[in-house]
Design a binder for this molecule. Sequence first.
Ligand code: HEM
Length: 540
Amino acid sequence: MEEPTLILASPRSNYHAFLPISLMGGFLRELSEHLRIKVWFAFVAAYANFLGTNSSVDHVLGSFLSLKRYPERTLHRWAKYYGPIYSVWLGNQLFVIVSEPGIAKGLMATHGAVFSDRKEMFIKSQTVLVGRGITASPYSKRWRKHRRIASLWLSRKAVESYTHVLDFEATDMISHLHRDCGNGMADVNPQVYADQCSLNNMLTITFSFRTDSAHHPMVALALRLSREFMNITGPVSNLVDFVPILQRLPSSMRCRARTLHSELVNVYGGLIKEIAEKMQAGGEVQDCLVKTMLLRKEKEALDELDVTMLASAFIIGGIETTASVMQWFTALIPAHPHVQTRAQEELDRVVGRDRLPTVEDEANLPYCSAIVKEVERCHNPFWLGTPHMANRDSVYGEHLIPKGTVVVLNTWTMHHDPERWGSPMEFAPDRYANEQLHSSASAKLPNPKERDHWIFAAGRRICPGMLVAEREIRLTVSRMLWAFDTHPIAGKPIDLNEYDGESGRSPMPFEVRLRPRFPGVRKILEEESERWRIGSTSHC
Ligand code: HEM
């Protein structure tokens, strides 16, 4: 393909007006001399033409309109044209878009000391998380401290210590679905059950608290806050993040961000206060992230916002993500009955019908594991992950990447590479038939092209929750397959293309019929529920 021309200024455009003078001078000259990164402005120019105007506002709006709803699809189109690494200016921010495993590993892992910083985005970092909560923290001493504290609750040893919680919540979810499925006669939306399961896991780990029903007020509240967070923090779709003047003006986005910050402080800060008061009064509080933080508050010099935002990051990071994968699994299965049958044959062979599948069975359920990986490849909850930022000028291959550049992992393109994944749009778990590694281990493979998928991103900021996420998802998926035949409902097609959510990607609301596979399912679920019943403690 002929290389596209590097257009830094078109006769019809005056977009230079958006670049700071310093960038205009030294930096752009350097770019044109040293950099073969392709700068994309064609769409902007086309948009201006379309409007019959060359006004600056139109140019800026043009790129945002294109990136607003499904930015991953736009970035994918550009990747096909501009190659595996290209750059885009949005307002005053230079982005580098990486769409190839080798480059992703090279930048984010091999050169992790340079590419592990975070841009302090106006909405997400400055306004909602006020620079805390690991996710938003710059690559600094504070981030290292928060990451170390988070690891106390997300490491392999920690996950082993609370696997009984994941086990209980998975059983509870299947039991509730069994109760509500009308023996295969009722139309059920499984999404709320997955949401509650993920939420309960995170609430227990973070606050030693769980909800006892999907109607508990905390379920709707936590899900609303999580969804609002995802919706207003899209990595490349917030105009206000990249046009500094807008940050000083009142806007609905700024208002939503401030409201969300206050709600996180009220809701999760409120739970933390209750735990602190209980501890001060000498009451017993089960081990959880908040208890750990409160006990180390002085030693680790954590202020109240640190504790609140780190706890919020666990709830936000751990709900829509895992729940989304479980939901996509249930949405995909009715359209692929042969996949369901094969997985059930494996479960009958390995587990039998006298007990539920457990964590110990995982290694012997390669087809169930392949299904989970394929769901994750096809439906990454965050196609663009959380962008990293270069903390110094560097040259990668022939590309100069200046300090302050935001690096986005374009996982949509990486997950749909036809050379690695023949017929990439097809849901075909068989492509993972020989992949026995957990995703956490696969992420460490020396050859990044062999990695299973990129949903947990890469490098020093790789998702620290991947061990708990994998265990939770594998347990729920294998138990769903063990307990039910999932069927589509005539006249209620499931949309596998559209998304619900503006940056997190969940399926649109859908319903299925769940038919228990054999009469013994009820008895086993009742026995398991009884064994695990631990009673819930309400903090609300
Ligand atoms: C399927 C489930 C999940 C997916 C797809 C996912 C994905 C991600 C991604 C893409 C990142 C950004 C990594 C980067 O900056 O390069 C991230 C960060 C993070 N995730 Fe997850 N995540 C999942 C589950 C969880 C769970 C269960 C937790 C539990 C608390 C969690 C906690 C976090 C935290 C704290 C960070 C911030 C890390 C940092 O900035 O250093 N995630 N996750």
